[in-house]
Design a protein around this ligand. Structure first.
Ligand SMILES: *Cc1c(COP(=O)(O)O)cnc(C)c1O
Length: 368
């Protein structure tokens, strides 16, 4: 069968596009892996950078705003970037079980990658504070789950102690391989834009991701793959803002459960990223988070989870400080489907229930 030249080109360019097989394969020379490392991958990474004019228009000044939609990773959050590295290295080291404390996304990701790698996973979560979608994932991916009567910070203390005393690998972001995998998101942004952005806006919980991005931006800058470094703009929820207030918070509260963390383990690294990038940390209220969450959904067709919307809410809050004509990237860390309860409680939809199954009743409701 003969292909026309045009068809052939289309076919093969399509092939190339579908050739993505995970971030370890894409960025091997930049990662601490060898030919002996078994690559445990679900083809994570390679997520889209999407221009969001509804946000740029609210700022004006000729700015360009993009979102890095990392909610499109295999388990629906950026945690997969770190987990492919952490689980591959755990497998290489012959480990048979992993453990993590989690507000939900780390447990979903750890459970999925551990299953893929044939490793057992234990997850410790704060009872009653994990979004439905995340809990569903951990159950289906086959983790053993312990829901404790305590918050995330307590759960993290426990898993740190357990991993010191028992032969079980900790895969929270204190595991250095997590940040190595996560830094690849900065590489992708630079490759998409042809340079680093002027600002990188990102939500902070344990502050591993902001630290990882900063590492990635610096590595590509030092290798002349970008001509500038971004200012790192970190955002926390106002009821859970230890990095903004400069003190641990013993009872953090926010609708954005993924960043409901009072004592971030990567505090030092995050403060260094802020200082060396001339960045800034600020907080946003839950209602500002929900406002941004709704704008992204209604005006951009992008559904993210509330913690992710903190990056956009933060940008809108500090819009007066945005320089003219700058390029800004906001990181959308997780998928909106993770937290259906939040979506159902916080939207402006017109939702008629109990409508009679007749054309006349329906058109009446529709206002025809
Ligand atoms: C984990 C997580 C965060 C916070 O990332 P850190 O590295 O802990 O700062 C933000 N948003 C979502 C959706 C997350 O899952």
């Amino acid at each position: 069968m003969a292909f026309s030249k045009k068809l052939k080109q289309l076919f093969f360019s399509g092939q190339k596009k579908n050739n993505w097989n995970g971030l370890i394969n894409a960025y091997k020379p930049w990662l601490p892996v060898t030919n002996k490392t078994p690559i445990i991958s679900l083809n994570e990474g390679g997520t889209p950078l999407i221009e969001v004019n509804s946000i740029a228009n609210r700022i004006g000044k000729g700015v360009k705003v993009y979102v890095k939609y990392d909610g499109l990773n295999p388990t629906g959050s950026f945690k997969d970037r770190g987990m492919t590295m952490a689980i591959s290295k755990a497998k290489e080291d012959g480990c048979e079980a992993v453990i993590c404390a989690s507000t939900g996304n780390t447990s979903a990701s750890a459970a999925a990658y551990a299953s893929k790698g044939g490793i057992k996973s234990f997850v410790i979560i704060p009872d009653g504070y994990v979004a439905q979608g995340k809990l569903a994932q951990a159950l289906v991916y086959g983790a053993e789950i312990l829901a404790i009567k305590g918050n995330f910070d307590k759960a993290l203390d426990i898993v740190r102690e357990l991993s010191e005393k028992y032969p079980i690998t900790l895969v929270n972001s204190v595991n250095p391989y997590r940040l190595q995998g996560q830094k690849t998101a900065a590489f992708e942004i630079i490759e998409n834009l042809g340079n680093a952005p002027d600002w990188l806006c990102i939500p902070m919980g344990n502050a591993g991701n902001i630290s990882a991005y900063w590492m990635g931006f610096q590595e590509f800058f030092n290798a002349n793959k970008s001509k500038k470094l971004p200012r790192m703009m970190g955002f926390q929820a106002s009821g859970s803002a230890p990095l903004v207030e400069g003190r641990s918070i013993s009872n953090p509260e926010t609708i954005a459960t993924a960043i409901r963390i009072g004592n971030p383990v990567n505090k030092e690294k995050a403060l260094k990223a802020k200082e060396s990038s001339n960045g800034k940390f600020s907080s946003v209220t839950d209602s500002e988070i929900i406002e941004a969450y709704k704008i992204l959904g209604k005006e951009e067709g992008i559904f993210c989870e509330p913690a992710s919307a903190a990056s956009v809410a933060g940008l809108l809050k500090v819009k007066n400080d945005v320089p003219m004509n700058s390029t800004i990237v906001c990181v959308l860390t997780g998928n909106g489907l993770k937290d259906p309860d939040c979506a159902i409680k916080n939207n402006d939809a017109i939702f008629h229930t109990g409508v009679e199954a007749e054309i006349s009743s329906i058109t009446k409701k529709m206002g025809f």
